[in-house]
Ligand binder design. Structure first.
Ligand code: GDP
Length: 393
């Protein structure tokens, strides 16, 4: 699936930057165009793979290239004011060659948190291609304002995109690591999951393994209907055989060894499907009640088989209660591993979001209280007790 990716804010820019690098490394062909938008000049300069002419600095007249300091209302205002400049960069994308837009942003900050929903709304008005969001939730230790920003941005972003895929920093952070090092690793995890998912739709149909290759329309149909999505992933290293022996045994009907191999392959696939769905999801949630799902089995073709995928697909149907579970292969030679990626689209039972909203409401109330109190305190300080002094004018 070919995407036009737009990273908004620092996290968004860094993640899209990593997608570009992943795409070059794997030749997966998913990033047709990459743009970064920010109100902080230094963040744009820190990017490595997004071309210079695709980095858009917005809000210069308001914040002079210094960012909005976690004020997401200002982030949204600036995005609206300078939307033409962002559109200027989008204009250079051959949109007829992309299957969808992907707007990527951290939801807890200012520029991306406020700007990403504004951009999504704008793109949807102009283009007929789907506009997806990839939103990153802040860690629980980042503090009240980040949680409040994220809760408000999440609500707005979901409304403006065709589907919001969510990644929760909180369930991925590791203790005892520097923030920067931690993010590098986390960003790698993000890009691997979504890279395999979107890469699956880029395999040419036809050839020896065309049986059940995932098509980009299956990804689009799984995401259609809107709402919130999460992704599960599990992988296992495998030894690759040279492909000649596989072909020969298929012609001769296969040996007993091959039959054992087939059973083993099927079992490995079903176990990877379970691990992916029951392990750590990008956004932790209850799997039951998911509206639609897509299973992608990626790896060397001799380690994939239809029976395994079919079993895995049925198992996901049982777990989710969904009647719309799609599945297929993503054959990749020389990857050295078999991976299962599960896209759960239209999840609704997400305690993490409810908890985020609760903390956000408390933060909002505290902020209002503190503001009122400090107004009062300043008043008390500046004015004399008996009100005997008069100000000059
Ligand atoms: P903005 O530039 O004002 O949009 O704000 P940032 O993108 O710097 O930060 C927004 C939120 O994104 C933070 O609260 C973090 O939770 C998260 N974040 C920042 N940088 C990264 C990153 O590189 N990777 C990930 N996964 N999250 C990040």
């Amino acid at each position: 699936m070919k995407l036009a990716m737009i990273g908004f804010g620092q996290a968004g820019g860094k993640i899209v930057d990593k997608f570009v690098e992943y795409d070059q490394r794997h030749g997966s062909g998913i990033v047709r165009a990459a743009v970064a938008v920010n109100s902080a000049k230094a963040d744009l300069m820190g990017l490595e793979h997004i071309p210079q002419d695709k980095r858009v600095l917005i809000g210069q007249s308001r914040v002079k290239g210094h960012g909005v300091g976690a004020d997401n209302e200002l982030g949204a205002e600036i995005a609206e004011e300078d939307i033409d400049e962002v559109q200027g960069a989008v204009d250079s994308i051959p949109v007829h060659e992309v299957d969808a837009f992907l707007v990527v942003s951290g939801l807890g900050g200012g520029t991306g948190s406020g700007g990403a929903p504004v951009l999504a709304k704008h793109l949807k008005r102009i283009y007929t291609e789907p506009v997806y969001g990839l939103g990153v939730l802040p860690g629980g230790d980042e503090g009240g304002i980040y949680t409040l920003n994220a809760a408000r941005s999440f609500q707005t972003f979901v409304r403006e995109v065709d589907n919001l895929m969510v990644f929760d920093n909180d369930s991925w952070r590791k203790t005892g690591e520097s923030v920067q090092g931690g993010y590098d690793e986390i960003n790698e995890e993000i890009v691997t999951r979504f890279g395999v998912l979107f890469g699956a739709g880029e395999v040419e149909q036809g050839g020896e393994v065309a049986e059940s290759v995932v098509d980009s329309s299956e990804i689009i149909n799984t995401l259609a209907g809107g709402g919130v999505s999460t992704v599960g992933y599990a992988s296992e290293t495998v030894e690759e055989k040279n492909s000649g022996s596989g072909l020969l045994s298929r012609i001769t009907g296969g040996s007993e060894d091959d039959q054992i191999d087939t059973a083993h392959t099927t079992n490995r696939i079903t176990s990877l499907v379970r691990k992916a769905a029951l392990g750590r999801l990008t956004l932790p949630c209850e799997v039951e009640g998911t509206e639609r799902a897509l299973l992608v089995m990626a790896g060397p073709p001799e380690h994939l088989n239809r029976k395994g995928i079919e079993r895995g697909r049925k198992w996901i149907e049982e777990q989710t209660g969904s009647m719309e579970v799609r599945g297929g292969d993503y054959p990749i030679r020389n990857s050295g591993k078999v991976a299962s990626v599960i896209l759960l689209s239209g999840v609704t039972n997400v305690p993490r979001i409810k908890e985020l909203q609760q903390v956000a409401i408390e933060a909002q109330e505290n902020i209002d209280e503190i503001r009122q109190e400090s107004d009062q305190n300043l008043e008390n300080l500046v004015n004399d007790d008996e009100d005997e002094l008069e100000s000059l004018f």
